[in-house]
Ligand binder design. Structure first.
Ligand SMILES: Cc1ncc(COP(=O)(O)O)c(C=O)c1O
Length: 442
């Protein structure tokens, strides 16, 4: 009997014992094609020797030195590397052990930035409905996913939510993409004004919405309008690229194509690629300088900030992505995946939308394509798809509550960047069979 407090208390999990390339193996010898990198984590697959060797080397010399006493070389090198690949004014990196921690740090940094500038009355965060920013209380508060928030609602700090950028369901037929983006930015501005001038700390958004909405890229112009609104009101823009960043969408930073630079961006999953637990926030120089010229310290901290072995692993990941050309695979392989998904599912009666960017894609499942009517949530279609995919030897990331936290189902795909065309074909073939089985009793 297991003494582990597993995620589900009712589920028997197979034991993973080995990973090679894009495949994971359980102790019974079953092979699984990892089409979601866990949750968009394993961008280099499961056996990258350059990364494991870099971690082993670091562990032999210096595994850990507490950052209240020391800096360390891999942390410095990783920060320099990330900043070198980021547009100005992004300039300083604060390391954490994962995405939720990075979001907590970003929220506190944003508040402290305003305090240092004498704007103590800024107390509100604005997020978007159907977003996910982590499971700690602060990140949960800015997140907008109803079912995750519900049990903890009385404990959550002040945060309000505006509409996500979700053109499949929310763009009016009479509206261009640009007009839709403008409407959403106007909604954000109204919310800032409703909360009161100079009371909002930051607007928080995933650049490409991931786990809870299912790989939804923003419409063109949305973030430029949002940036203008934030600037008009002195509100910081925090972009969450924990899932969509670090190459997942084809560029190192998902915001690169959006014509904006955030004040703070957070990253995690693909940063360590699953080889080490690591996250980070990258802050613009004006944010950092407010503290540097003010109190001189960020009133925050975690024990494992800048963990030397974690940073050495993430530095090796950066080298693989950018020096060895792995990042350059994402765009073309993403196009292959997009084509394969279209070929298999464009006419599927229960696939309402096929969307995403790079190797970050999703299918939204519907009962009826024309009306976009979702399945009854009681059917738990997403859970059935996950199980049937597992039976096929396929790991994908289905989720329910796509539309409003209760209704809607999607399947998220985020294969490793090293994936080959034949493996993408295998992925789509297995997914089609899993969908067929999961939907067969409707
Ligand atoms: C967009 C986004 N932000 C934050 C997080 C939280 O990251 P972690 O699970 O590493 O705490 C996640 C995790 O799925 C995420 O997808």
């Amino acid at each position: 009997m297991s003494h582990v407090f597993h995620r589900s208390l009712r589920h028997e999990y197979p034991f993973a014992v080995r990973g090679k390339g894009v495949y994971l193996y359980d102790r019974d010898g079953r092979r699984y094609l990892d089409a979601s990198g866990g949750a968009a984590v394993s961008c280099l697959g499961h056996s990258d020797s350059a990364v494991t060797e870099a971690i082993a080397r670091q562990l032999k010399t210096l595994p850990f030195a507490h950052t209240s006493f020391f800096s360390n070389q891999p942390m410095e090198a990783l920060a320099a590397r990330l900043v070198e690949g980021a547009p100005a004014p992004l300039d300083k990196v604060y390391f954490t052990s994962g995405g939720s921690e990075a979001m907590e740090a970003a929220l506190k940094l944003a508040r402290q930035y305003h305090l240092e500038r004498g704007e103590r009355e800024r107390v509100h965060f604005i997020g978007r409905r159907q977003s996910y920013h982590g499971n700690t209380l602060g990140s949960l508060a800015v997140g907008g996913n109803a079912w995750r928030r519900a049990p903890y609602e009385p404990l959550l700090m002040r945060a309000t939510h505006v509409s996500p950028c979700y053109p499949y369901r929310d763009r009016l037929a009479s509206e261009t993409q640009t007009a839709y983006g403008e409407r959403l930015a106007a909604e954000l501005e109204r919310e800032i004004e409703r909360l009161g001038p100079r009371t909002v700390i930051a607007f928080v958004a995933e650049t490409v919405a991931g786990a809870t909405l299912g790989a939804v890229p923003p419409v063109e112009g949305y973030f430029t309008r949002v940036r203008e609104v934030c600037d008009r009101h002195g509100v910081l823009l925090i972009l969450d690229e924990v899932m969509c960043g670090m190459g997942r969408c084809g560029t190192l930073w998902a915001f690169e194509g959006e014509g904006v630079v955030p004040d703070i961006v957070i990253i995690a999953k693909g940063l360590g690629a699953g080889y080490q637990p690591i996250g980070a926030l990258v802050a613009a120089s004006h944010v950092y300088n407010a503290l540097a010229q003010g109190s001189g310290a960020f009133q925050h901290g975690y024990t494992y900030i800048g963990h030397a072995a974690a940073c050495a692993g993430a530095l090796a990941v950066q080298r693989r992505l950018r020096d060895d050309g792995v990042l350059a695979r994402v765009q073309p392989m993403g196009e292959v995946l997009g084509r394969e998904l279209d070929r298999a599912f464009a006419g599927h009666p229960h696939v309402g939308d096929i969307r995403g960017r790079g190797l970050f894609r999703a299918l939204e499942l519907v009962r009826d394509r024309d009306s976009k009517q979702p399945f009854d949530p009681g059917q738990r279609i997403h859970a059935r798809v996950k199980q049937e995919a597992l039976n096929e030897g396929l790991l994908c990331y289905p989720m329910g509550g796509t539309i409003d936290g209760v209704q809607g189902d999607h399947v998220l795909l985020a294969p490793p960047f090293i994936v080959k065309q034949a493996q993408l074909e295998e992925l789509v073939h297995k997914l089609a069979r899993a969908l067929q089985r999961a939907l067969s009793t409707n």
